[in-house]
Write a protein that binds this ligand. Sequence first.
Ligand code: NDP
Length: 439
Amino acid sequence: KQSSPAQSEFYQATEEVLECLRPLFEHHSRYHDHGIIERIVEPERQIMFRVSWLDDTGKVRVNKGYRVQFNSALGPYKGGLRFHPSVTSGTIKFLGFEQIFKNALTGLPLGGGKGGADFDPRGRSDGEIMRFCQSFMSELYRHIGPTCDVPAGDIGVGTREIGYLYGHYKRLTGRYEGILTGKGLAWGGSLGRKEATGYGAVYFAQNMLAARGDGLDGKRCLVSGAGNVAIYTIEKLHELGARPITCSDSRGTIHDPEGIDLAVLKRLKEVQRTSLEHYLNERPRARYIPVCDYPSGGHGVWHIPADVAFPCATQNELTGADARVMLANGVRCVSEGANMPSTKEAVACFLDAGIAYGPGKAANAGGVATSQLEMAQNSSMAQWPMEKVDQKLRNIMANIHQQCATTAEEFGDPSNLVLGANITGFRKVADAMIEQGLS
Ligand code: NDP
């Protein structure tokens, strides 16, 4: 049933899951009998609120804030907050829906949720960001809690924003507790959380390639995005002897055939918070492709010849036309750091070609898994060393890959990790919903 164009991303995400479930439903009528589909596509709760704040000139600004508490069958709602001007209730709903199955795949006690606002942090001063975050938390605080709903970061929400949100929660409630993850290391954060989504996407690619008798060493890798996920994907690729040759932001793409200079990228994006164009000042032999020069119907990154690809920016950034060019250029493995970055047509191209394709809900689950490790450290008032967190992350990613591959095989399509991820995640949540009765 499609009734609202504003929810097109949500329909895209639900259609993919429901299409994969067909073979499961043929053998298990109990999911029909308990009305699981009808219940699972409906959020348990959706909160929408006004966020008013003062800009630096004293002008009143107003944005829309959201939190979707989608499914709590497996644990407290967990999922990030996105601050980006493109955010609508449909965006948050699609992200929350994906989060249910991703969180189930981690094997950890996590329900699914997501939130955010149509606020554009670009060009805003620190003071403006702080006042916005404080106003956002003035409403959100009454809906979250360490055993109820624990938001994290996403696009536009990093350690700085989590800090302002956390400080205001503490001020409003007088409680110092783990109600957000992605916190600073001195005030409850976990080592390895910042790196986890990117590292996890690379570990997932390693697992996919190993299953085909291959590895990452020496591979040329395409990475899109230049934010948290992209930066730590690039870092891990360098560490493992691969060569990440691209990154991108909303204005353009960098192609550096010698390998992206991580120190320059971090300085531009984590410190100066500026455009990738300036990369050329320090790496004059690299090439900058502005958005206006992208091929029509496609993205600059995907038209550069390479072996492996990591879409790490945003949804639907990789089209069917891009996918065909990538396949013709030799890409044999795609591991999604972003949520739903490939369009439906692009996914079909990858599956038809039989390449190693890791959908976001499996390949980028390392972030939320490590958030759960942060929650565990908070509740025991401990801080684990980086090696312990990283080892757990590696095990979790290997385990997710194994489960997806085993389920894909069980349902007769061994290399189809989309099928494997959706059925594995769904079964865990659906079984818990049945055991917990109507709620
Ligand atoms: P950041 O805000 O740190 O970085 C986002 C990057 O993507 C920026 O380089 C940004 O460019 C670019 N970008 C964002 N929106 C668009 C757009 N509409 N068009 C073109 N470029 C865009 O976000 P994250 O790295 O945290 O998130 C990236 C993706 O990973 C998202 O899909 C997110 O949902 C997913 N993800 C993140 C997790 C995490 O732990 N952070 C966990 C799991 C998934 P610019 O700088 O110009 O805005």
